[in-house]
Design a binder for this molecule. Structure first.
Ligand code: FES
Length: 135
């Protein structure tokens, strides 16, 4: 037996999870892929914004694609989001959990994103956001 101070009392270990938690997790459908589409729209003459470059149509087409494929409903989510900070390269989409960034996406790119990434799980390489060195 290891040495312990004389008045040391074994405290009961704090529970890290509530006993009911596993049941809750079972009820919640885990999303495997979450597409965030920037929807920020700035007035003309201001800094560029995704919303002013067709992001709303991209978002609605992604939602339509999800509606047409109910089998994806448990695994994939599409959510509108605010500015992602790379406004000059918009419209932008970010996909989690892998953290894939798409830049300069056009509404016509949506079917390819749906087929390859949403369904196939492989990012569309030609649309990936490539940050310029030094920027
Ligand atoms: S407005 Fe879309 S990234 Fe800034």
């Amino acid at each position: 037996m290891a040495w312990r101070p004389r008045d040391f009392k074994e405290k009961p270990r704090r529970r890290l999870t509530h006993p009911a938690r596993p049941a809750i997790y079972r009820r919640v459908s885990p999303i495997k892929r979450h597409f965030f589409v920037c929807q920020t729209r700035r007035p003309e003459g201001d800094k560029p914004s995704c919303g002013a470059q067709g992001a709303e149509l991209i978002y609605s087409r992604l939602l339509e694609a999800l509606d047409r494929r109910p089998e994806l409903g448990r695994d994939v989510a599409v959510t509108a989001c605010g500015c992602l900070g790379e406004c000059y390269d918009g419209p932008l989409i970010v996909v989690y959990p892998e953290g894939t960034w798409y830049a300069k996406v056009k509404p016509d790119d949506v079917p390819e994103i749906v087929e390859k990434h949403m369904i196939g799980g492989q990012p569309v390489e030609r649309l990936r956001f490539k940050r310029e060195v030094g920027s």
